[in-house]
Every structure is written in C-alpha cells, then in structure tokens.
Design a binder for this molecule. Structure first.
Ligand SMILES: [Fe+2]
Length: 379
C-alpha cells in the first residue's frame, strides 16, 4: 500500500485578536509595536466609518495628533493610488500603518506598509522589476467585512480597471503584524456585502481544500471554515445578528490562514476576468463557478470528498453542489453566467482571459476545451 508522508512549510505569523469589542485594544497594540506616541498612518474608505461614528472614536482613542489619515481608499485600488498613499505615509514619517475597512482598504494599506521604507513604485514591484527584500512598517489590519481575509494574508490585489490588468503583490514580508477581528465592526454590512464577501472566503476555502498544495493543517482549517459558512452564511446575510456575523468573521480569517498555505485557484482564475471585463463584484465572480469546479476537482480527490460532504451537511457530490447553490440563491446571488449578463459569444473571451497560471493546482489538469465546456454548461 502506498504511504502518505506529508512534507510542507507552514506560513502565517500574524497575531490574531478576535472578539466583540476588541477594537478597544488598538491603542495598546500600536504603542506596544511601534512605541508610545509613534506616528500612525491610518487608512480607511471614503465614508462608511465616518457615517457610523467609528472613525471619530478611533481618532479619539489613538490621539488625533499622531495620526495621518488617508481616507481615499477605493474598491479595486490601483497601483497609482498605492503610490500616492505611500508618499503621504513617508512624508509624514509614520512608523506604523493601521487599516480599518474591507479587503480593498486592507490590500492598499498593506502595500503602503511594505513600500514606505523602500524605493520604487508599486507597479515596479508587481511587475517583478524590483524585488521585495525586507519587511515594511508594522501593519495592523481591522476588517469591517468578512471575506477578503486580507487581515491574515501575504498578498494584496491591485487593479488597473481600464487596462484590464489585475496585479498582485505577494511576499512573506507582507503578512500583517496583527489582525484585530472584531465582529462588531461587521454589523453594518448590507445583506449583499455580507453575502459576497462571505462567498469569497467560502469559495477560497473549498479551492484551498481541493488544491494540490493542501496538507493536513490546511485541510483541518478549511473543513471547519466550510462548515461554519454552511451553517452561518445565510443567517449572517439575511438576519445579520452578531452571533452569525461573528462566526462568518472567524471563518473568513481562518480561511485566509489556510489559503496563505494552499492558495485559491480555478474559481479565482476565472473570477478575475469576470470582474475586469464584465464588472462582476469579486465575491460573486469567484463563487459563480464554484460548483462547476467542485464537480471537476472531485474525481481527483476521492479520498477527501466524504469529509467535504459532511462539512456541507450533504451525502454526495450532487447534494454538496445543491447545498452551495441553495446558500447562494438564498443570499440573492447568481449561480449562472447568464445571470451575470454573459452569453455564448463571451465564452471565448473568458477562456482566453482566464489566469491560467492559477489553475495549475487543481487536482485534475484543466485544458482550454475543458474550461470552454464547463463554462458553456454554466450559461
Ligand atoms: Fe478572493
């Protein structure tokens, strides 16, 4: 009988502080990490935190005089925006970066923290013209959504929407120093935002589980994440109570810890062009192909499927796919490409613009004709 002897490297140094109300520990953490009175570069989105009164609370708690506020983070941040923010952080002589917001805010701030003590533009690093050679400033991430998992991952997504380019920056030096995951911060998510961000992390966990990079530690975490979303995602989206929101916040963070080690693949490979060319929101874009790729991957990991079925409360592959479809439908998400505005004439563009480099860790090789067939069935 063939023996299975795992061999892998575990990456994730981020200190996770989880619990309702724990944002209150931010000041103590900043002082511990970068010294009392150290200068803080605070990154937020344009309005939501202000409207909720949270921004003023944070400014008061940290001491306004030591903060340089960058409140211009936008969805799908560009490398240029990262450069503008990095220049401000450098000019102000900040010693620590704090991000409070969703995935885009954290991704942007993570780049700022990394590059503030380095020469060069974000674009040059993402293009590989410059190499990330050492750590940046300490970085504290406070998520207000439950899905990007950026608070515990080693990468940032930057976007050139006009040039139809998705650029990633990724390095061991980019893991946040601390993640403060306070479920109270997620309470203002709309039904749709809770659904799409949750489906992003849920999809990542299933991709990470079927990946050829998976190992026993990622498997254990991913199965727990999958079960938590199966039980809590509809409730978090529709009722939005603190318990289900807390479970989704925990699951999203755990998903990021697992997928730092076993990366999302096929659903993200197709999801990126769906966002770039058809303007589909990221969580919706990656989840629309989830059941199709699960059916594709399943014969490559037959020994792992029963545990996945159990985590989804299902008996078999049909039941698992039906359960995922039910969760998405109840949240008001589309499960067909036609529902996202695509027709038969779009399939070739989607196949050609797929990030093929990210499909290599599927447990079964996927060719262009395979993908074309799979996407056509999904119309
Ligand atoms: Fe994602």
């Amino acid at each position: 009988m063939e023996q299975f002897l795992p061999s892998f490297t575990w990456n994730n140094p981020t200190r996770v502080i989880f619990g309702a109300g724990r944002l209150a520990e931010l000041r103590g953490l900043v002082d511990e990490i970068s010294g009392e009175g150290s200068r803080i570069f605070l990154v937020t989105g344009r309005s939501s935190l202000k409207a909720r009164g949270i921004l003023q609370r944070v400014l008061d708690a940290l001491g306004e005089g030591r903060i340089t506020l960058f409140d211009q983070a936008s969805p799908y941040p560009s490398p240029d925006l990262a450069d503008v923010a990095t220049a401000q952080c450098r000019e102000a002589g900040c010693e620590v970066v704090v991000a409070i917001g969703g995935g885009s805010v954290m991704d942007l701030a993570k780049v700022v923290a990394l590059l503030s003590n380095k020469e060069g533009a974000a674009q040059e690093f993402s293009a590989g013209e410059r190499v990330i050679e050492g750590p940046g400033l300490p970085f504290i991430a406070v998520p207000t959504t439950s899905g990007s998992s950026s608070e515990v991952t080693m990468s940032s997504a930057l976007w050139d929407r006009e040039g139809k380019q998705h650029m990633g920056l990724s390095s061991r030096h980019m893991f946040p120093t601390v993640a403060i995951v306070d479920p109270e911060m997620t309470m203002s998510m709309s039904k749709t935002l809770a659904a799409v961000t949750g489906m992003d992390a849920f999809t990542s966990a299933i991709e990470s589980y079927w990946s050829t990079e998976a190992e026993p530690m990622t498997d254990g975490i991913n199965l727990q994440v999958i079960q938590m979303f199966h039980i809590n995602l509809n409730r978090s989206s529709i009722q939005g109570d603190i318990e289900s929101r807390a479970n989704c916040a925990m699951a999203a963070t755990m998903s990021g810890i697992a997928y730092s080690n076993s990366r999302p693949n096929a659903c993200h490979a197709v999801g990126i062009p769906l966002t770039l060319y058809w303007d589909v929101e990221h969580g919706q874009a990656v989840s629309v192909t989830l059941t199709s790729f699960l059916r594709w991957a399943a014969p490559g990991i037959p020994h792992k499927m029963p545990a996945l079925y159990a985590a989804l409360g299902a008996q078999d592959l049909d039941g698992a796919c039906a359960r995922i479809t039910q969760i998405m439908t109840r949240c008001g998400l589309e499960t067909k490409l036609s529902g996202l505005g695509l027709g038969e004439g779009d399939i070739d563009t989607l196949v050609e613009s797929t990030r093929w480099d990210r499909t290599r860790t599927l447990p079964r090789p996927l060719g262009r004709d395979d993908l074309r067939g799979l996407l056509t069935e999904l119309l």
